[in-house]
Unconditional design. Structure first.
Length: 152
């Protein structure tokens, strides 16, 4: 099992939680972005820079993620692609996306995009709150307990 991060838009506070989790659990964490990222020195953490371009980082995550992996992203179309491969997705606010809810989220995302394209101001997401960070950390811990094989 590995953790993949859509790192271009991932909040710093969420990355810091992920760094601690990778070092505590020994799970490989890979941050994928179009820009160069600085990550703490650790055998469990690496950053992968991909060329600039529309959805290049997303395509790499889809290529690399496998069933049982965890992907951290707020990008719902990306989430749908990796869920279809059997991966788990957690958004930076702690919502778990899986086969049971991804189609509903994708439909809502597409509806909101059509509103924006027609000129409706739908606003943006609120700033990441302390409660959001805690929800993410708690959801990640619950998920890892659920899916991680027990080491003997």
């Amino acid at each position: 099992m590995k953790i993949w991060v859509d790192a271009d838009a991932c909040p710093v506070a969420i990355k810091e939680i992920l760094y601690r989790v990778a070092n505590r659990t020994g799970i490989e964490l890979t941050l994928i972005a179009n820009q160069m990222l600085r990550v703490p020195p650790s055998p469990w953490i690496k950053a992968l820079q991909v060329p600039s371009g529309f959805d290049v980082a997303d395509q790499r995550i889809v290529q690399e993620a496998a069933a049982g992996d965890v992907v951290v992203t707020a990008d719902v179309p990306l989430a749908a692609l990796v869920v279809a491969k059997g991966a788990w997705v957690i958004d930076p606010r702690g919502e778990l996306l899986d086969k049971g809810n991804i189609q509903e989220r994708l439909s809502m995302r597409n509806f909101m995009e059509s509103l924006r394209n027609s000129g409706v101001d739908t606003g943006g997401p609120s700033a990441l709150s302390t409660a959001d960070k805690q929800a993410f950390a708690n959801q990640l811990d619950r998920l890892l307990v659920k899916i991680r094989p027990i080491r003997s």
